[in-house]
Design a protein. Sequence first.
Length: 574
Amino acid sequence: MDKPVFDKSKLPSRHVTEGPEKAPHRSYLYAMGLTEEEIHQPLVGVVSAWNEAAPCNIALKRQAEVAKEGVIEAHGTPREFTTITVTDGIAMGHEGMKSSLVSREVIADSVELTMRGHCYDAMVGIAGCDKSLPGMMMAMVRLNVPSVFMYGGSILPGRFRGKDVTIIDVFEAVGQHATGQVDDEYLKELECVACPGAGACGGQYTANTMACVSEAIGLALPGSAGAPAPYESRDRYAFESGRAVMNLIANNIRPRDIVTRKALENAARVVAATGGSTNGALHLPAIAHECGIDFDLMDVAEIFRSTPYIADLKPGGKYVAKDLFEAGGVQLVIKTLYENGFIHGDCLTVTGRTIAENLEDVVWNDDQDVIRKADNPISTTGGVVGLKGNLAPEGAIVKIAGMKRLRHTGPARVFDCEEEAFRAVENRQYKEGDVIVIRYEGPRGGPGMREMLATTAALYGQGMGEKVALITDGRFSGGTRGFCIGHVGPEAAVGGPIALVEDGDIITIDAEAGTIDVDLSDEELAARKAKWQPRENDFASGALWKYAQLVGPACKGAVTHPGGKAEKKVYADI
């Protein structure tokens, strides 16, 4: 290809490569084998969340290497680095889960600091596990240098006794094992085959939800979210992502040109249409916050409510990410939503073209039943809905995809941490119809806003997933199913109404009306609030303590800094 001309005098890397006074800086680059020509080209940070913590991340090193080849072909100089991840499947059900949401902020911060410190001009970000996807996208819009996101790909389904299985089947089997429905041999056989190789969890859980978001919001190449991690075809997307970022530099197209209010609405549409993770309603406000755009939980929920649910994906449906890919992928979902007026087609993307232009060659596939057309949906309301009421004045969220029952009234059974609730569930110390309340697990109170998958999966394993409700100021896994309400705000740690609930109080949740209320008068709630005392947690130092001092409410994304609205200058303009 013709070599483009880049004006280094306008790029951040001039601070480390140009002029006599930068001779010491250049000496470091020569030490790593760079040529003079490479030093004076744009420097592109290629960051992945590669590690050996879990299968979600294990394939990212190869993909980063291929992305670097794309940068090189397009006359850029790639500089590879990595960031952390905390993998929820391994962190789940113990104190390790307190680290999960905190890791999103650390990922965004660490990418920002590496890019700032070395004055890189652009970024290709490759992520595999849940929080690394929004963390990477948050860093892109915060820095506002030309950026392309790429998902590392999903895991292939496991095969167990003639059927496809995912990690959620193993979590639910733990509940079945506790009640004697399955034996040790069954559980051992299942755990050995559920996760057959590299890739993120295979259902429409948080990783695949945010991968769909990356295409819908315009930060990823069309189709790049689809192919499972083991497929060699992922290399083509990695290579093209590297080439694409150089085109963005040449045309000065930046993330905030792409991530607009309308693009965020497109992303929310796709979360709802695919029955995606409730965590989408936490991460989209956080990405918006980095741009200085107001887009909170209830803004997201309003879009969810008016979006048809069209993709029959686990945990509420039948299929996994591989099936979505083979049916036509995220682009097929976006195409039918666009044709039926649910998508803003004029939003710019990293291709340099609009969403509508990217969709021109996407043809509907009649030979599949994973995705329905938007005018013939599974249901007319999105798979995720928002709730509000005297128990959650700031809002809450529930995933209704696949649920038969959308209303529940019952007595509260209150627990002040997840471990207490899990032990009670394990020992069947609850009744059909109960509303299990798990509190002091919010962003500040946990600290860290843990997911409750171990508890919800155990309930399902016991056959009680549709017979009780569970509410928390913490979060749920994208793999959670059943009447499970998360993100209740204000959280208990700041004296929200959830802190005032007592055993036996009657709670009503109505996912059709979008309400969540406890049968207490304003006077009774005020009287209880007057007696309420804040609780101390066990984290008086370290990263979790620091997070608790800084974090804001879940309804605004549980973010830890003032965001784009408070900026005086943007990194890309240094």
